[in-house]
Design a protein around this ligand. Structure first.
Ligand SMILES: [Cu+2]
Length: 172
């Protein structure tokens, strides 16, 4: 019966290494489709404006947290992630270096919240046109997407945001 025992042990070792290999492969090959953006848009601004903001809901369907470390776009010289804070009744925007999108979770880039700033626009952005944007993640790498330029949805206080962003523009 010794051969049977040996066979069983060999099978077990093979099985364990197979499972380990599969798990490792899954960790390394984080699929780009794990990360998905919804409700993406870029705020339409007058042609003279040098700055605008982009918004989206960002889902992470994978089993591990991922960190958004950079955002790129050919339409502006600089792209930054900003947080909005209220101190002494005044809304302030501060640059943030990265944002963690939790496993099986989502984050928002939204008016009056965290948002993406397109600073020093190279050309006026036409309403309805598509803007290429690349999100760079620690694990999932580079993810390309197209964001439509549009006016804020009905009921959104756009004047407030426009004021914020023109105020903000002077800091750059
Ligand atoms: Cu901002």
């Amino acid at each position: 019966m010794q051969w049977l025992q040996r066979l069983a042990t060999t099978c077990l070792v093979l099985l364990v290494s197979l499972v380990t290999l599969t798990a490792e492969a899954e960790m390394k090959h984080a699929k780009a489709s794990d990360i998905q953006a919804h409700m993406t848009w870029v705020r339409a601004v007058p042609p003279v404006a040098k700055t605008t903001a982009a918004y989206m809901m960002l889902h992470n369907y994978s089993q591990q947290d991922d960190r958004l470390i950079a955002i790129e776009s050919p339409v502006s010289e600089v792209v930054e992630m900003h947080a909005t804070e209220v101190s002494d009744g005044i809304m302030k925007m501060t640059k943030i270096q990265d944002v963690v999108v939790p496993a099986k979770g989502h984050i928002m880039f939204e008016p009056a919240g965290n948002h993406i700033m397109l600073i020093n626009l190279k050309q006026p952005l036409k309403v309805g046109s598509m803007i290429p944007v690349t999100l760079v993640f620690e694990h999932h790498g580079r993810i390309d997407m197209q964001l439509v330029v549009s006016h804020p949805p009905e009921g959104n206080d756009s004047d407030e945001m426009d004021m914020q962003h023109s105020g903000h523009q002077m800091n750059h």
